[in-house]
Design a binder for this molecule. Structure first.
Ligand SMILES: Nc1ncnc2c1ncn2[C@@H]1O[C@H](COP(=O)(O)OP(=O)(O)OP(=O)(O)O)[C@@H](O)[C@H]1O
Ligand SMILES: [Mg+2]
Length: 368
């Protein structure tokens, strides 16, 4: 199968002339041949609209889309050779699974023998052969979703577009199906553009992810990079879990000189990032910076650390202990901090006084 490469440049969509903002706002990215690329973001951030413009189901207001260097905007949707899978499988209830998968090929008046060859091969690929003669109602949700993927793949498309394909499945099946999908994508090497609002799903399966907010692409990169080096507070908050501590700069002209925490303790975060204008409003009270630290990087002990705190809640979540602690911020404003460990911490119970330790190597300072 082809390893097509997609280029999206300055893609913009405005639905109404009097809309206050663009649904998709000057978005640019490349999807490499054979890549599993995911667009992730909260509801309404423009993921589906971007996907629909690439599929040709929605006309762009401006910008360019190319597949392997060809101008895609001039090619009618049915000739774009793209396989699409949606959240609702929309299988035909009165047709067998075989005929559901064959349907699009019949519309294209492909020869019967070729249809049989392709449908049989595609059903085998998705382990659906035993169900070929059943109707959709006789299949589980996960199996039905596999049929919808088979229906997209049977065209042998140059690229696969998937819009929240697992959203209708229960949590456990969703995890299983995303691994199946990833394995299938690897095996076929098919260029895949995936959409989800589930950040864990995005980071688990993707080669690279693009984080969207309000129609704009905020950060693009490998999951590990986005997790360890979020460019904005929004990305830090959206991908994974984050603690945000208000701080003052020790030297307002030199963020690298370190910061002062609410209790006067000093810290020199290894990484410093200037806040974008639209996030300056998140600075609190007298603070001129925010230190971001992941819960699993925080230390919590009974005896010593950077910040005094009180343990409010301890939860066991699967293999993880999660401690919610309260520590005074500036002007004694209480703030909650999460600490996650793989083992219970000795001497710590709900209601205990304790200490938070912040390793400078894992802390990121976002500053004015
Ligand atoms: N046909 C339309 N007419 C007017 N506005 C639209 C239309 N389709 C989408 N929008 C608006 O464009 C914005 C982006 O919508 P889109 O469906 O792309 O978001 P999404 O990221 O896919 O969200 P979700 O996670 O809820 O599916 C939203 O504000 C939405 O209300
Ligand atoms: Mg959507």
């Amino acid at each position: 199968m082809a390893h097509a490469a997609l280029t999206v440049q300055d893609l913009t969509k405005r639905f109404g002339a009097d809309d206050a903002s663009n649904a998709v706002d000057h978005v640019s990215f490349d999807v490499k041949g054979g890549e599993f690329f995911t667009m992730v973001g909260a509801s309404g951030c423009g993921k589906t609209t971007t996907l629909r413009m690439i599929a040709g189901l929605e006309q762009a207001t401006s910008g360019a889309i190319q597949l392997d260097g060809r101008d895609f905007m001039r090619i009618p949707p049915q000739q774009r050779n793209i396989g699409m899978v949606f959240q609702s499988y929309a299988l035909f209830p009165h047709l067998t699974i075989f005929e559901n998968v064959a349907y699009g090929l019949r519309l294209r008046s492909i020869k019967q023998i070729e249809i049989e060859r392709r449908v049989t091969a595609t059903l085998a690929l998705l382990q659906l052969e035993p169900y070929a003669q059943r109707h959709p109602a006789g299949l589980s949700g996960g199996q039905q979703q596999r049929v919808s993927i088979a229906r997209a793949l049977v065209y042998e498309p140059a690229m696969l577009l998937l819009d929240e394909p697992l959203a209708n499945l229960d949590a456990k099946l969703r995890v299983q199906m995303r691994e199946e999908l990833r394995a299938l994508q690897r095996r076929l090497g098919i260029t895949t553009l995936y959409v989800t609002h589930d950040q864990e799903e995005a980071t688990a399966v993707s080669d690279r992810i693009a984080v969207f907010n309000h129609g704009r692409l905020i950060q693009l990169g490998a999951p590990e990079l986005i997790y360890t080096q979020p460019r904005t507070l929004f990305v830090a908050d959206f991908i994974g879990r984050a603690n945000f501590l208000p701080v003052k700069l020790a030297d307002s002209a030199a963020p690298a000189a370190g910061v002062v925490l609410a209790n006067g303790a000093r810290l020199a975060p290894q990484r410093q990032v200037a806040l974008k204008d639209d996030e300056l409003g998140r600075l609190q009270g007298p603070g001129d910076g925010i230190v971001m630290i992941r819960p699993e990087h925080m230390a919590l002990t009974a005896s010593q650390g950077d910040l005094a705190c009180r343990v409010q809640r301890i939860q066991l979540l699967g293999g993880l202990m999660r401690y919610s602690v309260a520590t005074p911020g500036f002007d004694d404003a209480p703030q909650t901090v999460l600490v996650e460990t793989t083992r219970p911490i000795p001497g710590i119970a709900e209601g205990s006084g304790a200490w938070l330790g912040i390793p400078a190597a894992d802390a990121i300072l976002y500053h004015r």
